[in-house]
Write a new protein. Structure first.
Length: 428
């Protein structure tokens, strides 16, 4: 760590005490779980003294958890991710006080830094629009993949650009922004001339191919975002170092070993399951202390510009394929493999729901059709080619690129198999 840590690190330490006090006093579950230990924790570095808590443990204890990023207390909207995977529906309860605190923090950050960006924020209707006033310069529009929504968004973007006061930032899910890029092209709208300088994307991750496509379409930088429905904070990609940094409102991120749940020291190359603690007053009604996210992340490097660690999302822990040969193991993280397959030309693709509405041509969107399997300790990468003619080129590409993404495959048995595969279930 050569540069000075950013103020957000000190703020995490400052807010942790009130967070633990609040949780222990407001929730019988946390009162019992933190009993006798919370007083020993002096700052974020002391968090490993407390137990890691999983979603299953919270559910078993009857703690309301899940979804409703912006909904008020009982008026909760279910998370799309949860219901589609068939897990038990649980709700995150948010109070008016914490929503107000989150909004005030955003407005406070925007104050006194010159003219704010003009932001068009496309909100997934499944999560609802946030309550309260938006930050200065931000217009919030509900979004779902429907032609009317596309019209509405383009009306906003074109009218403000024509008036010489364009939206300089568009925020929304990757799917929403990608839909605008493709729909704009089909309608003859020059999206690169709309005055947008930055696209802030969330929901599933941006692959290098999609990033290039969006940057070309809008002439804008793409800043990807990692977030969870359960907590208000998020990590977004740094324009300087390219890694993710945790943003405001502050949250305390840690890494633990995915099975032993032992703390992993934050240093370049450290990999583990992400554990988060939401901080008071931005999290109140459903406190989450050392909450196991189920996601695998790595620490990339200390960012001089930001004064904080850089992070990289490697995929859901349950989607990691761990190959085993004797005592040796090789984890194949889902996200880097997905990025590689998304950039491999000639792979068949799952149809995207947006295509069904006629907005997008087949092959422009949708997941590449592949599956990684462990066959007696060897990696078998099953791939469905778009057509037989591209097989040879695709095979050469994958044989070159796979060991580049996973260097351990230089010494580990693996092969690519071409076959027909079922459509992957679309996860927003
Ligand atoms: Zn950075």
């Amino acid at each position: 760590m050569s540069s000075r840590p950013s103020g957000i690190l000190a703020l995490r330490d400052y807010l942790l005490g009130p967070t633990l006090d609040h949780a222990a006093h407001q929730s019988p579950f946390w009162h019992q779980r933190l009993a006798g230990k919370a007083a020993l924790v002096d700052g974020v570095a002391g968090l490993p003294l407390l137990p890691v808590t999983t979603r299953a443990q919270l559910a078993a204890a009857g703690v309301d958890l899940y979804a409703g990023t912006t909904a008020l207390s009982d008026q909760v909207v279910l998370s799309s991710g949860t219901t589609r995977e068939g897990r038990q529906r649980l709700l995150v309860r948010r109070s008016r006080e914490e929503l107000q605190a989150q909004g005030e923090y955003v407005r406070m950050l925007g104050a006194g830094v010159g003219a704010p960006d003009r932001v068009l924020h496309l909100h997934n209707v499944q999560h609802g629009l946030p309550v309260g006033d938006p930050p200065p310069g931000e217009v919030r529009v509900p979004w779902m993949p429907h032609p009317n929504m596309v019209e509405l968004a383009f009306h906003q973007l074109c009218a403000t650009a024509d008036a010489g006061n364009p939206f300089t930032v568009v925020r929304g899910s990757v799917s929403a922004v990608l839909t605008l890029a493709v729909a704009g092209r089909e309608r003859g709208i020059n999206t690169a001339a709309l005055g947008v300088r930055c696209l802030g994307t969330n929901s599933y991750g941006v692959t290098p191919r999609v990033q290039a496509l969006l940057e070309h379409a809008f002439g804008a930088v793409v800043l990807d975002n990692y977030s969870l429905s359960e907590l208000p904070s998020f990590a977004s990609r740094c324009a300087q170092c390219g890694a993710l940094h945790w943003q405001h409102p502050p949250t305390a991120p840690e890494l633990v070993h995915p099975t032993t749940l032992k703390a992993v020291e934050l240093q370049p190359g450290a990999t583990g399951m992400l554990v988060l603690t939401g901080l008071f007053p931005y999290v109140q009604r459903t406190p989450l202390i050392r909450y196991a996210t189920g996601d695998t992340l790595a620490v990339t490097a200390w960012c001089e510009h930001r004064g904080d660690w850089g992070w990289q999302f490697l995929g859901r822990h349950k989607d990691t394929l761990v190959l085993r040969r004797g005592k040796a193991t090789l984890p194949l993280y889902a996200e880097p493999l997905y990025h590689l397959m998304d950039g491999a030309l000639g792979v068949a693709r799952t149809r995207h729901p947006v295509e069904v509405l006629g907005l997008v041509k087949p092959g422009q969107l949708g997941f590449p059709k592949y599956r990684a399997r462990d066959v007696k300790g060897a990696l078998v990468l099953e791939v469905e080619p778009h057509n037989a003619r591209q097989r040879a080129r695709l095979k050469t590409f994958l044989e070159r690129q796979l060991p580049r993404v996973f260097p351990a495959l230089e010494k580990w048995p693996w092969r690519v198999v071409f076959c027909a595969l079922p459509d992957r279930v679309f996860k927003p």
